[in-house]
Design a protein around this ligand. Sequence first.
Ligand SMILES: [Zn+2]
Length: 255
Amino acid sequence: MITTENIDIHMEEHELLTRYYSQLILNDISISDQTHLWDKHVSVVGLGGLGSPLAVYLVAAGLGKVTLLDSDCIEVKNLHRQVFYTQNDLGLKKVQCLGNHLKKINPKVEVNLIPQKSWEVKFSEFRSDLIIDCADNLKTTYELNSECVKNNLPFSTASISGYQGQVFMFNNTEESHCCYECLFEEVGDLNENDCADVGVLGPSVSMIASIQAQCVLKKLLNNPILEDGILRIDTSTMKIKKNKINTNNSCKLSP
Ligand SMILES: [Zn+2]
């Protein structure tokens, strides 16, 4: 006898095979990987030119649960690079607009919206399987890095200034320490550094977002391509450098 539960499972499998067919025929993504991805929860902090396309790519690829954090409203100066927002969205909260967009991609995706800055919210309120920093200020980066080290959670941060972008991924395992502060000790002014004040082209931001999304996706699919490392991307010459980051024993977060 086929129970309702079995029918549901069958339909879910059918939908999964149909929706993700083009990525499931890749050699390194199995149905089990795809199901595993649906069970994952990721938090994206900062929903500008990096965070918004990144969240779209992760959800479209089959991430099942996402928490979005950003206190900003959409401004006309954002539209040249934050291409998932439109003229009709001006003045609206980024979390709301992006959340609506993600639900249009897949209504079954669970989306949590937090219209605040990360330091205004307890980490436990947006803790997830992997924390992604796409904010435009170092205060957020250092705070999230510290929380992820303390909680042994994978952490990815990315930024772009002019044509120069960088993407980091830290595993934060119990066995070994390697973090953002191992490379950049926290010093000086951590005020916001809006990339728009330095100058940036939309496609450059989108490239960095896509590279970060790819690194996160491959990690969630258990086939990581960047571990305790940094990618430096020059979007004007298309040169990419990949380096491993060494543990710094004098890092204040080192055990
Ligand atoms: Zn460290």
